[in-house]
Design a protein around this ligand. Sequence first.
Ligand code: GLU
Length: 285
Amino acid sequence: MGYVGRFAPSPTGPLHAGSIVAALASWLDARAHGGRWLLRIDDLDAQRCDPAHTRTILAQLDALHLRPDGEVSDQQRRTAAYAAAFAQLEAAGHTFGCACSRKMLADSGARVGASGELVYPGTCRSDTGGREPRAWRARVGQAVVAFTDRAAGEQREHLAETCGDFVLKRADGPYSYHLACVVDDAAVGVTDVVRGADLLAVTPRQIWLAQQLGLPVPRYLHVPVVLAADGQKLSKQTGAAAVDTRDATAVLREATRHLALGELQGPTANELLSQAIAAWASRWP
Ligand code: GLU
């Protein structure tokens, strides 16, 4: 099967320097492999997403000449597919209802795992004690997930140690990003996920979900994230600045520098991008 890559921004704000790097990395990898590059708008969480940000993101990518192959997809209209995947997990006994609030879990003395999240202590794993579920969780048991990240190398994770039974759906909210991401990537035949290293820690649970659903597991490449001056990850939540894409070559040059592709000198965006494809192909064969 041919290479299919994708960029999947959440429209919680315009693209910042970090998301531009993720967009460019995924685009370059697709082009270097002669593959297709798809664009999906991760707008699952209607309360945090805004169509105005989607429009800005599309315009920013267009200004940088990062143009998707085919229709732009989104997640708001995909609920039936997520529900079907959830039902498949449920039928196989991989889910359970959990009545704990975030506060109850925080107060329960639950351990913080390697990815910085609370490890679910198993409170409702056998039953909720007659309480209404607030969420449905994945029953991960003693699963160990191993995979090779093209940048980070061999990874091996015991899910019970790092996150435990993670949330698949909240009673009052959408399906989780993990479930939606796995279902959507498989639906369009994504072979390669290239994204920021902040998502390396959640990759094992996405692989576990793909395995339980009988879906192919893509290859992964997690590129270094852009840090703010204070060493924190840039994020829309912490108000990272929107990138002004009017000077496309300057923006692309900065992003290629971050990706350690050397000092590219192309006078136009297109020339710069062709140099970047060649540099990428030798860095990430
Ligand atoms: N929508 C997610 C984000 O913006 C990324 C999804 C992905 O690349 O898997 O953080």
